[in-house]
Design a protein around this ligand. Structure first.
Ligand code: AHR
Length: 523
């Protein structure tokens, strides 16, 4: 064969390949950064958490008396060491469903004299060895603001008011003196209180219709505020998003009746991937974004009629992936699983999806509490000998560094896909924040395509982008890979990327099924 023919043959073979490479390098997506397009402050309370008397969250998780791994307060030191770097900004307690049957008075005073009680929320036995003072001491140890949820199920308005007195009263009153007798002279000064948990759910002890709940919550709010007028109060919003649940109606009534008293309305959402469809799983941001937008509109409508004008925000005070450790039809059956989810790699990506949605709505979502902290649908998993970090721990840790930044409204175009008959959504799910003092932009990019690497052109209209980016990336070849004791194989890769910057922008390839945080300097 002549040389020219051979060259032509090679060219015929190589050109399509070259074409494919070039196409792959062509930006398929665009992200435009403008630091003046501010959505709102990423409130530190978006990085909150939740600890319930359920399974091994408290007993055997946070608190294990007599364990060689615990300190003199009974707090597991290894767990503390994992909780502290997370920077849990606010910690919700004691439930959850548990709150709706809980009498806080059982959990104070000398531990050996506290009564054991049946826990009718989860079918367990509650020793009450961990109570208000233990919880508040734990919050001080980890640097978290405490958030107490009152019993709006079987409890009374006056019991809620007296709980505030126990925690916050400075004068020598009966309950303040009980607190002093229990070793705490100065008030705990608990500011954030939930007016009950999931009272819209038929599974809840003391479940009520919206009118009855609003009446109870209003009386509780007024009585608690008489005790301490500096409280921040959270109404129990809709948790029950089932097809037959009138969740919009619930929120409308609650907001209308409580608009002059509350500072937040709560939302709860648990998601899952039961049919093992990766791209469908990560399309749930459509529901999250919709729900937040709908409730934001409802808040706006209620605020329009406030006689005491003040802001009301969304507290997303339970969120996570939860579907495997959820078998059974009653709460008692479900509790047998201990709700011990073993999180895999794709669940870590779902964590990024949730946080992206909260950041995109940073003007209205001012609190979010991952459910829960240890063992029970949690990022930290223990046994008697030690602990390991679940896959979802790592995005929580990294996104947490963006607390206090301003959320930016970045403009994104990306190849799209559809799930069923829903509107098309971009493969790239993006949020962005800005730290003005050091002119750093954080870009949080989830590529939810299972098969496509996506090349994106990123442009800044706010100044020249520095030539280096700090890259944090979570990726794994096995979507179902999990961590375990002694084997933390799912974790982020951290590196510095040198960018080829031209015209205040650069091109970056976001690998398929990955979560990337780029930290860029704007010069
Ligand atoms: O977090 C587990 C449970 O989920 C909580 O107790 C309840 O509020 C929700 O249904």
């Amino acid at each position: 064969m002549r040389l020219q023919d051979r060259a032509a043959g090679y060219a015929a073979l190589l050109l399509p390949l070259l074409g494919a490479i070039l196409t792959a390098q062509q930006p398929q997506a665009r992200i435009r950064i403008d630091t003046n397009r501010v959505i709102g402050e990423v409130h530190p309370h978006i990085f909150g958490n939740f600890a319930e008397h359920l399974g091994r969250c408290i007993y055997g998780g946070i608190f294990e008396e007599g364990s060689p791994l615990s300190d003199s307060d009974g707090f597991r030191k290894d767990v503390l060491d994992a909780v502290k770097p997370l920077g849990v900004s606010i910690l919700r307690w004691p439930g959850g469903n548990f709150a709706s049957g809980y009498n806080w008075m059982d959990g104070i005073g000398p531990r050996d004299q506290r009564p054991a009680r049946p826990d009718h929320a989860w079918g367990a036995l509650e020793s009450n060895r961990f109570g208000t003072d233990e919880f508040l001491r734990y919050c001080e140890r980890v640097g978290a603001e405490p958030y107490l949820c009152i019993n709006a199920g079987l409890g009374s308005v006056d019991s809620a008011r007296q709980w505030v007195e126990y925690c916050n009263e400075t004068r020598p009153t009966y309950w303040a003196d009980q607190r002093r007798k229990n070793g705490r002279e100065k008030p705990w000064n608990v500011k954030v209180w939930g007016l009950g948990n999931e009272i819209d759910g038929p599974w809840q002890l003391g479940h009520k219709n919206a009118e009855d709940y609003a009446k109870f919550a209003l009386q509780a709010a007024v009585a608690m505020r008489r005790q301490d007028d500096s409280l921040k109060l959270i109404a129990s919003g809709s948790s029950n998003f089932g097809p037959n649940a009138d969740w919009i109606g619930w929120n409308r009534t609650v907001l209308d009746r409580l608009k002059n008293e509350i500072d937040y309305i709560s939302l709860h959402t648990y998601i899952g991937n039961p049919d093992s469809n990766f791209e469908k799983y990560l399309s749930i941001s459509q529901d999250l974004d919709d729900r937040i937008a709908i409730v934001e509109g409802q808040i706006r409508a209620a605020r329009n009629e406030q006689t005491r004008p003040h802001p009301i925000y969304i507290a997303f005070d339970e969120w996570n992936t939860w579907y495997r450790a959820r078998s059974g039809t009653t709460e008692f059956e479900i509790a047998k699983t201990g709700l011990e989810e073993h999180y895999n790699f794709e669940d870590a990506l779902a964590t990024g999806m949730f946080l992206n949605s909260f950041i995109r709505h940073a003007n209205i979502v001012k609190m979010a509490n991952l459910a829960q902290l240890v063992n029970v649908i949690a990022p930290i998993f223990t046994n008697k000998q030690g602990m390991y970090l679940q896959t979802i721990y790592f995005p929580l840790l990294e996104y947490g560094k963006q607390r206090g930044n301003t959320s930016l409204d970045v403009q994104v175009t990306s190849p799209t896909y559809r799930v069923g008959d829903r509107a098309p959504l971009g493969y790239l799910d993006v949020s962005s924040t800005y730290h003005a003092a050091d002119r750093t932009v954080y870009l949080n990019v989830l590529n939810r395509s299972e098969k496509l690497d996506i090349s994106a052109r990123l442009d800044s209209v706010s100044g020249q982008v520095g030539k280096e980016a700090a890259v944090w990336e979570m990726n794994h070849t096995d979507l179902k890979a999990v961590n375990d004791f002694g084997s933390e194989k799912v974790k982020p890769a951290i590196r510095t990327a040198t960018l080829i910057v031209a015209d205040n922008g650069f091109t970056y390839l976001f690998p398929k099924h990955s979560l990337t945080i780029l930290r860029l300097k704007i010069q």
